[in-house]
Design a protein around this ligand. Sequence first.
Ligand code: ADP
Ligand code: MG
Length: 615
Amino acid sequence: MKKIIWISSILIWFIALFVPKASLSFSLFVLAYLMVAGPVFAKTLKSILKGNIFTVNFLMVIATIGAFIVNEPAEASIAMILYLLGEEIEDYAIYRSQKSISALLALKPQSATLWQESGNLVVSPETVAIGDILLATTGDKIALDGTIIEGEAYIDNSIITGESVPVHGKLGDSVLSGGLIKEGSLKISVTKPYQDSTISKMLAMIEHASESKSTSEKMMSRFATYYTPIVVGLAFLLTFIPVVFWSADAKTWLTRSFVFLAASCPCSLIISIPLTYFAGLHKASQNGILIKGANYLEAFSKIDTLVLDKTGTLTKGSFDLVAIESDSHSEEDVLTLAAMIEQYSKHPIAVSIRQAYTENMSRKTATANALPNISPTQFQEISGKGIVLHYQGNEYLCGNQSLLRDYGVSYPTGTSPYSVVYLAKDKEYIGSITIADQLKPDSVEAISQFRKLGLDNLQLFTGDRTEIANHIAREVGIDIVKADMLPSDKFNGVQALLNQKAANSKIAFVGDGINDASVLKLADIGIAMGGLGADIAVESADIILTNDRLSSLVLAFGISQKTARILKQNLILSLGFKGMILLLGSMGLVGMWAAVFADVGIMLLASLNSLRAGK
Ligand code: ADP
Ligand code: MG
């Protein structure tokens, strides 16, 4: 229906061009105009009622009505038709980019194979519960997040992380929904219901980011509040001055004023702004970078300080066991106790200790030994310090020196270059576990890339000891280091940076969100590492790196800078060209025709330029 109206309107416009009788052709032009202009009038009226007069629609309405008044009906109607055509193209471009994103996600798992004593059952992923056991073999898409309980496989996680090299999954590893099994077969114990699983969260988020038509509309209307009154004012002066001061011919100058108005419609910007953002967002999502909206992409190009967390951000966050020390207990007892205390924590140290325990056990008894399932009467995770747990009337501590000090437990001091986790029971020191983290392979390169892209102010915030922090900072090339920070110190540190920053600059914080979600929220741009694992991180962050790599953040920074550059180019191109046409129009050198068609040309040029953001 809409299409028919459009085509008829254009047809009528063409017929009107060849109708010799002036009054009839005028009526036909008015008809062609009215057939399409309704929505523009409606929008104009609506914003005027809201007290917002100077919109782009308002500009179009007065320019075209004016053109009719000065008897330029052909130009008046074609200007409106082309303006609306521009809007159609914008909608289409947005629709296309949304479709290409959902095409990416059309790969979403449609079914899951449940393993049951009585036989396998194919069900829809939405109906699977936590603890259910899934079967997945070569060629299958993993339907829900879970843990491997049997088998091994090579898994292609590229839909989620953009990383095409398959990862090797074995007993005890966690797997993400959306992963494709390249080779092997697995039994997976489901850890999250479908709606909380990685693939479905990712889908929801991408859809949300694509709704940012509103963002570009907001930018357009901000622009229009300056642009429209200036243009209308100039058009007024263009008639007023010659007629009043030089007694020039009113009709000639009025015509020029309306040409000026019609030519001033910023159609090329209307189209190219959203196109540029979508191209940029799309490119990012293809590389495992999820950006929650176009505004964050814009803001990210303006950062002048990047604060980095250490564990899990610069380092792998998976600690290797270096040594276990104790005078009173066997190494194995110390490890078991630590794993037991840490079993409810999501902290990378806790995960690593549990892993060390599992590996140690499976070396001895072929099957993976579950931890003694204890139900503590009290479990407390003290952020940046460690765990306090009450069980069978005893109080256990597992954490750093600061935790033991707080609880008045004395411990042997050492100068290990590694992280040390101390254990105590009922205020008696039991022993310690020394663990070592490693830099991620791309951390050094990523930091130097940031500097190359002009981001020099890099700061490391960590809850770890000064020696370790300095060591890591030296290795990656960061010179501003703050160590021994509690999560609240990190918050205050970022707050201080926000207070000092220059008006238009932005502060970004990148962390794993384990105990820094509040900082992710506080920073102008919060970036979460560690995929879609920690729900709280995904909620608090503005940018999520699904593949855990700092080099993805460099890529994201590059994309945001390129997007900003292209937006600026299009602005200069559009306004520059527009300025020229306006100047020529006001001197009577070009008519409304030229103005209108020049606009189409720039529109195409700007749109092509926009698409580069996705290259
Ligand atoms: P980072 O800044 O490196 O991310 P965190 O704030 O997460 O550090 O933790 C700081 C320190 O607190 C760790 O280095 C560790 O010593 C201690 N810690 C925190 N949580 C735990 C835990 N669950 N078990 C043992 N130690 C912990
Ligand atoms: Mg941390």
